[in-house]
Design a protein around this ligand. Structure first.
Ligand SMILES: NC(=O)C1=CN([C@@H]2O[C@H](COP(=O)(O)OP(=O)(O)OC[C@H]3O[C@@H](n4cnc5c(N)ncnc54)[C@H](OP(=O)(O)O)[C@@H]3O)[C@@H](O)[C@H]2O)C=CC1
Ligand SMILES: O=C(CO)[C@H](O)[C@H](O)COP(=O)(O)O
Length: 480
């Protein structure tokens, strides 16, 4: 193929995400090479959308690589895990030093670190890139979180920024950091997505079971909330889903959907990594466990037969006041979940020496992605003011917000417990808030117990050093 006919960039893997990303690239004037393992998807894409831009269709991976300008830029959009490795293995044999391989799938960041190191050895750039926004975002502008070398971003940045979502004229794409940084940030994005959805689901459950509102009424409540502090894509689509009526039964859609939440794994990864890093992401963990619990149908059926709820539940005296309390509890719990997610990113950045700009992450999540929300602007401001903020909760804006919400938050958690309605997200967020602000924690007793049964030693509040009490021999304290 003549050089002038070669494509600026290529996409291999043309399922939902890849095909829409390719169309987005083409619509932005980039000549884009397209390839899929089974050629039917390539043919369909070009037949249905060829008029939207300049596509170069290839049946084989070799033809696909041959159709690209050098240094070559290839975006892989296939299933994460083994399929991604399979595509990389085939690709590297066809590429030359200086070429760039972008993995836009939901890869585990440790896989990305491994792949980046392996390709670097061959003189290739590997760019693990988080892409969020689903089908609609891929087509019209996703949030893009590229990792990899600064050099690769010099080539890829202009293309990725062009196709990303824009907020206030700013692209929702920036270079996150080296090797696995982009996929780590995308993983935490998804973890926060889990926490956010769990909190929304709890708010719905409380409004339904405690305040007695129907799905249609709750849809209106969420619609109203979407014009205030809670304004976000997830709150907006909650109103849509709750307002939807099932055609077959005439019932609210939410009442005919099986109540078992599925998961592909990115939320679980976020919690696993937080455990390794020692960061308490309680909101995300509760969300992952709540999905797991919902799927334990046999246990749930057995428990329903033998475990009663509270003997009496008093009805809500003032519905409007309760709705407002739930709104405030939702907002405060959301702030906690985001604060924890940003803590995890900071911990990983410290561990892997990634130098991630937390304010920039909030900036690129303002548009295009699933957790896009008005208050990300406030998070950006908080980290711009102090990049070393110990916790988002101590930023003056967020501290003020949770302090204002705390009485309502407590009333909601009490009401949920009294009514026997599970609210693990709301209550664990409140416990986190209380733990963080406590002058003394019962961790001191845990240290005492550890020293008692295992001579694990403890530190004291009044002098430096490590100590052990001889619990079985007169209880004298010795230096450890
Ligand atoms: N769907 C979404 O909303 C989002 C998805 N993602 C991530 O983007 C990536 C693509 O997602 P999506 O578009 O949903 O597609 P899928 O995850 O469903 O993957 C399907 C694609 O993978 C290809 N594929 C599977 N196995 C292989 C293999 N061994 N060799 C070559 N190609 C293979 C398929 O080719 P074939 O047609 O030949 O079977 C097809 O193109 C995934 O990593 C996903 O996690 C990220 C954000 C959002
Ligand atoms: O990546 C995403 C958005 O950015 C997807 O929404 C996410 O994969 C959905 O995850 P799950 O199926 O586990 O709820």
């Amino acid at each position: 193929m003549a050089t002038e006919q070669k494509a600026r960039i290529g996409v291999t893997g043309l399922a939902v995400m890849g095909s829409n990303l390719a169309r987005n690239l083409a619509r932005h004037g980039f000549r884009v090479a397209v390839h899929n393992r089974s050629a039917a998807k390539t043919k369909t894409l070009v037949e249905q959308h060829g008029h939207e831009g300049d596509f170069v269709a290839a049946e084989s991976l070799a033809d696909f690589v041959d159709s690209l300008q050098t240094p070559r830029q290839v975006i892989i959009m296939v299933k994460a895990g083994g399929p991604t490795d399979a595509v990389i293995d085939e690709l590297v044999e066809l590429l030359e030093p200086g070429d760039m391989v972008v993995d836009g799938g939901n890869a585990h960041y440790a896989d990305t670190r491994r792949r980046e190191a392996a390709l670097r050895e061959r003189g290739l750039h590997f760019v693990g890139t988080g892409i969020s926004g689903g089908e609609e975002g891929a087509l019209n502008g996703p949030s893009i979180m590229p990792g990899g070398s600064p050099e690769s971003y010099q080539h890829l940045g202009p293309v990725l920024e062009a196709i990303s979502a824009k907020v206030d004229g700013q692209p929702c794409c920036t270079h996150v950091g080296p090797d696995g940084a982009g996929h780590f940030v995308k993983m935490v994005h998804n973890g926060i997505e889990y926490a956010d959805m769990q909190l929304i689901a709890e708010a719905f459950d409380l409004l339904h079971k405690v305040a007695g509102l129907g799905a249609g009424e709750i849809a209106e409540v969420f619609r109203g909330w979407n014009s205030g502090d809670l304004e976000s894509y997830l709150v907006e689509i909650t109103a849509e889903v709750l307002g939807h009526v099932d055609e077959a039964t005439g019932k609210p859609f939410v009442e005919v959907v099986a109540d078992q939440a599925e998961q592909k794994g990115t939320g679980r990864w976020t919690v696993q990594e937080a455990l390794e890093l020692g960061v308490p992401v309680t909101g995300i963990a509760e969300a992952v466990f709540a999905r797991s619990l919902s799927g334990h149908t046999e246990q749930r059926a057995a428990a329903q037969k033998v475990l009663p709820g509270p003997s009496s539940v008093s009805s809500v005296a003032d519905r409007d006041a309760f709705v407002e309390d739930v709104r405030q509890a939702l907002y405060a719990s959301k702030v906690v979940a985001y604060a924890q997610g940003f803590d995890e990113i900071r911990a990983a950045a410290d561990t892997y020496d990634w130098d991630i700009d937390l304010g920039a992450m909030a900036t690129i999540w303002r548009g295009g992605c699933i957790i896009r929300a008005r208050f990300l602007e406030r998070i950006k401001d908080a980290y711009d003011t102090n990049k070393d903020l110990p916790s988002l909760l101590v930023d003056s804006y967020f501290a003020d917000a949770v302090i204002k919400a705390q009485e309502a938050w407590r009333r909601v958690v009490v009401a949920a417990a009294a009514a026997g309605v599970p609210a693990p997200g709301f209550s664990s967020a409140l416990s986190y808030y209380d733990a963080l602000r406590s002058e003394r924690l019962p961790a001191a007793l845990i240290q005492g117990l550890r020293d008692f049964f295992g001579a694990h030693t403890y530190r004291r509040v009044d002098r430096e050093g490590s100590f052990h009490t001889l619990w079985g021999e007169g209880r004298n304290e010795i230096d450890a």
